[in-house]
Design a protein around this ligand. Structure first.
Ligand code: NI
Length: 403
C-alpha cells in the first residue's frame, strides 16, 4: 500500500473520490514508471491499461495503431461523446532520481510524466465508471503511443479511426508541469503550443590541403557563415513580435585538422505558431542558405521535414475545462498563461480533427528541487495526481450534462 499525502480537504465530489483512490492512482503511476517503454513499444503499459479498464467494466480495444488502447465508457443514457487522451511513451534517458520506484530498464525513463498521464486517465475512468448510470453519453479513453518522436502516435491513431465509431464530439488532454505549484491548472487561450519542424543542411565544398584553402572550398567556413545567417532571419526577415525559433542542434564535418573539409552537415528545429509562418520560414531559410553558398562558391542542400502542427485550443472546450478545473481545484489554483509554449505536442493533430483543449497540471515538488521535462532527475509531486484525475472526470461529467 502506498502512503499518499493529499493536498487538502476536498469539497468537490470527484476530488474527494480521487483522493480516496489516491493510493491506486499512484500505484499505477509507479508501476508504469518502473517499466518505461519507448514509442510504439508500450506493450506492458498497454497491457496494464487494458487490464485496469476491463476491471472497471469498460470494453477495450487494444493494438490500435500498434500499441494504442481505447476504452469506451457508455453512460446510462444517450448523449454526446467526449474523449480523454493520454500519451504512454518514455524517453531514451538514464534515470538518476534514485527513487525507490525508479526505472528498472537501463537507458529508459519516464522523464516527461506520461506515466502520470496514464495514471490520471485511468483514475478518471474509475471515477466516471462508478457514476456511469447518471451519465448521458459516452466517454472514450484514448491511450496513445509515441508522443515523443515524430511522426508520432496521434496521427496513426487518427488514421486507425479512433475518433469515429462512435464519433467523438470533443477531446481533452493534460500535461504535467514541474514549474507550476502542485494541483494548479494552467491554460492558454487560442494557440497554446508551437509547430515543430526539422531541417538538415548539407554544405558541399571542395577538399584540399589545410594550408591552401583558397585552392578549395572550405565547407567549415561556409557552414559557420550559414549558421550565423540563419540566426538573423528572426528580427531581420521576420517581425520579432512573431514568435519564431530557429535552433541548430547538431553540426558535423571534417576529418583532420590540416585537411580542408569538403562537406559539413548540420540539423535543427524550427518552431512557429501560425500556418503562415510555418510556410514562410523554410522559404526564407532556403534563400539565405543559397545566398551564403553562392558567396562562397559552395553548394548547399536542405531537407525540411514537417513535424507537429501548432496546438490550438477551441474556445468553448477550453471554457469547459476551466470551469470544471475551478470546481475541482478552486479558482485560486487556476493560472491563465499569457504566452504560448514553443514546445510541441502531437495532441495538435487531434485538435485539428475535432474541437479540443489541452491544459497543464502543476506537479512541482514541495522541496523545490524541480527539474525540467526530459531531465534525468525529473520527478513530480504525486499528491497532485488525484486532482488531475478529478479534473478530467469533472470535464467529462460537465460536458455530457451540457453545463
Ligand atoms: Ni510529454
Amino acid at each position: 500500500m502506498v502512503e499518499v499525502e493529499t493536498l487538502e480537504q476536498a469539497e468537490n465530489d470527484f476530488l474527494r473520490a480521487a483522493q480516496e483512490a489516491a493510493a491506486t492512482i499512484v500505484q499505477w503511476r509507479r508501476a508504469i514508471h518502473e517499466n518505461p517503454e519507448l514509442g510504439f513499444a508500450e506493450h506492458r503499459t498497454a497491457a496494464l491499461i487494458a487490464t485496469e479498464l476491463e476491471k472497471m467494466g469498460l470494453p477495450v480495444t487494444s493494438g490500435v495503431a500498434g500499441t494504442g488502447v481505447v476504452g469506451l465508457l457508455a453512460g446510462g443514457g444517450p448523449g454526446r461523446v467526449i474523449a480523454i487522451r493520454a500519451d504512454m511513451d518514455a524517453l531514451p534517458l538514464q534515470e538518476m532520481t534514485g527513487l525507490p520506484f525508479a526505472s528498472r530498464q537501463p537507458g529508459l525513463m519516464h522523464a516527461c510524466g506520461h506515466d502520470a498521464h496514464v495514471a490520471m486517465s485511468l483514475g478518471a475512468a474509475m471515477l466516471l465508471s462508478r457514476v456511469k448510470e447518471d451519465l448521458p453519453g459516452q466517454v472514450k479513453f484514448v491511450f496513445q503511443p509515441c508522443e515523443e518522436t515524430p511522426p508520432g502516435g496521434a496521427r496513426a491513431m487518427l488514421a486507425a479511426g479512433v475518433l469515429s465509431n462512435p464519433p467523438v464530439d470533443c477531446i481533452v488532454a493534460l500535461h504535467v508541469n514541474p514549474h507550476l505549484p502542485a494541483g494548479m491548472v494552467g491554460y492558454k487561450e487560442g494557440t497554446a503550443m508551437a509547430a515543430a519542424d526539422q531541417f538538415t543542411v548539407r554544405v558541399l565544398g571542395q577538399g584540399g590541403h589545410g594550408s591552401s584553402p583558397h585552392q578549395g572550398v572550405d565547407a567549415v567556413v561556409v557552414a559557420a557563415a550559414a549558421v550565423q545567417a540563419l540566426q538573423t532571419i528572426v528580427s531581420r526577415e521576420i517581425n520579432p513580435l512573431e514568435a519564431v525559433v530557429i535552433t541548430v542542434g547538431t553540426i558535423h564535418g571534417g576529418q583532420k585538422s590540416n585537411i580542408l573539409a569538403d562537406r559539413v552537415e548540420f540539423s535543427g528545429t524550427v518552431r512557429t505558431l501560425t500556418p503562415e509562418m510555418r510556410q514562410r520560414v523554410p522559404q526564407v531559410m532556403r534563400r539565405v542558405l543559397e545566398g551564403v553558398a553562392a558567396a562562397h562558391r559552395a553548394r548547399i542542400e536542405m531537407d525540411y521535414e514537417a513535424g507537429y502542427p501548432p496546438l490550438v485550443n477551441d474556445p468553448q472546450v477550453l471554457q469547459l475545462v476551466v470551469a470544471a478545473a475551478e470546481k475541482v481545484v478552486s479558482r485560486q489554483r487556476l493560472l491563465r498563461v499569457q504566452h504560448p509554449a514553443m514546445g510541441s505536442e502531437d495532441f495538435a493533430f487531434f485538435a485539428e480533427a475535432v474541437p479540443a483543449a489541452h491544459f497543464d497540471l502543476g506537479v512541482a515538488r514541495k522541496n523545490n528541487t524541480n527539474y525540467p521535462w526530459h531531465h534525468s532527475h525529473f520527478d513530480l509531486e504525486e499528491a497532485a495526481l488525484p486532482a488531475g484525475a478529478a479534473v478530467l472526470a469533472q470535464i467529462a461529467w460537465d460536458y455530457l450534462h451540457g453545463t
